[in-house]
Write a protein that binds this ligand. Structure first.
Ligand SMILES: NC(=O)c1ccc[n+]([C@@H]2O[C@H](COP(=O)([O-])OP(=O)(O)OC[C@H]3O[C@@H](n4cnc5c(N)ncnc54)[C@H](O)[C@@H]3O)[C@@H](O)[C@H]2O)c1
Length: 288
């Protein structure tokens, strides 16, 4: 709606994060257009959303009618133009690949009305660079949801160099409307959460590689001793060992600081195909 309140959101990418982000907006009453390049992914995404909402109903956290209504607010499509022309706000959650994200930003910039904010859920890539391929760098911003998006209460806002203050304020207000607390991390690789978490995960791999403790004991120590809901090695398995390595390499490239380098054990695991949950084996074994 030109210059009006944000009521309809487009979520680009229907993977792990795009599914969670679409669910959150729908739960809080927004009309959601969910877009992916694959129809099959969209079908899977809707099913994951349905299961997640069922879980909330079962736990008594969401009335059944609200869960049904939320799912009914999500429209899925593989046609960008259909979703883009109706969206008041766009969140991109495609794979963590800068060239891919720049393509998405350029495409959506061409179709969306000029006042629409284009946000990226990137963990460590540059919103400034994504904005550089658009005609609206002032209305581009990082909006970093945490995994799982329906549960985690934080959203990191990452203004790029040319992001307008009004864009930061509008995005912060939007985060409040979906029950999230927003913090601002000016563009810097990894922002707050990923930067700290990545260093911690590499350290956990180092403790394991030195033979100081077993994977189970490292994770137990961090859960019971530091109050973490998951241990750092369990988290690497969840995120994907390969993604952790790629993100660490990006941190080194962007900052020039080798303290972020992926631990050699993690590189070896990737070479051996031990990618974590998605391959069935990482630090732990996952029955398939
Ligand atoms: N997984 C996490 O824990 C996590 C946490 C925070 C942020 N992130 C960030 O969120 C983003 C998405 O991560 P993910 O784990 O959900 O990835 P994913 O691989 O699960 O999903 C990516 C989806 O994007 C789709 N896609 C690719 N190109 C597209 C295009 N041009 N248009 C529409 N859809 C397209 C793919 O088909 C896929 O379904 C990344 O930038 C990632 O760094 C991930």
């Amino acid at each position: 709606m030109a210059g009006g309140p944000i009521e309809r959101v487009a979520v680009v990418g229907a993977g792990i994060m795009g599914t969670g982000i679409a669910q959150v907006f729908a739960q809080f009453g927004f009309g959601v257009a969910q877009v992916d390049v694959s129809e099959a992914v969209l079908v899977k995404s809707r099913e994951r959303m349905r299961q997640s909402l069922e879980g909330l109903v079962a736990k008594g956290k969401l009335p059944r009618e609200e869960a049904d209504a939320a799912l009914g607010r999500v429209r899925q499509t593989v046609v960008v133009a259909d979703a883009a022309k109706e969206a008041d706000f766009v969140v991109e959650a495609v794979v963590e690949d800068l060239e891919m994200k720049k393509k998405v930003f350029a495409e959506w910039d061409r179709i969306c009305p000029p006042q629409v904010i284009l946000a990226t859920n990137t963990s460590i890539l540059s919103p400034t660079e994504m904005a550089s391929v658009t005609r609206r760098p002032g209305q581009c911003i990082g909006m970093h949801f945490m995994n799982p998006a329906p549960i985690m209460r934080l959203v990191e806002l990452v203004p790029g160099l040319l992001t307008a203050p009004e864009t930061v304020e509008a995005t912060k207000a939007l985060a409040g409307r979906i029950g999230k607390t927003a913090v601002v991390a000016r563009e810097s690789p990894g922002g707050i959460v990923s930067r700290i978490m990545m260093a911690m995960r590499n350290e956990a791999a180092d403790i394991l590689a030195e033979g100081v403790a077993t994977a189970e004991d490292i994770d137990t120590a961090m859960k019971l001793g530091a109050g973490f809901p998951m241990g750092p090695l369990e988290l690497i398995d969840l995120v994907g060992v390969d993604l952790h390595v790629t993100n660490s390499e990006t941190m080194v490239r962007e900052t020039g600081n080798t303290k972020y380098r992926p631990h050699p054990l993690l590189r070896k695991m990737v070479r051996a195909g031990l990618l974590g949950r998605k391959s069935g084996q990482g630090f732990y074994t996952y029955p398939r």
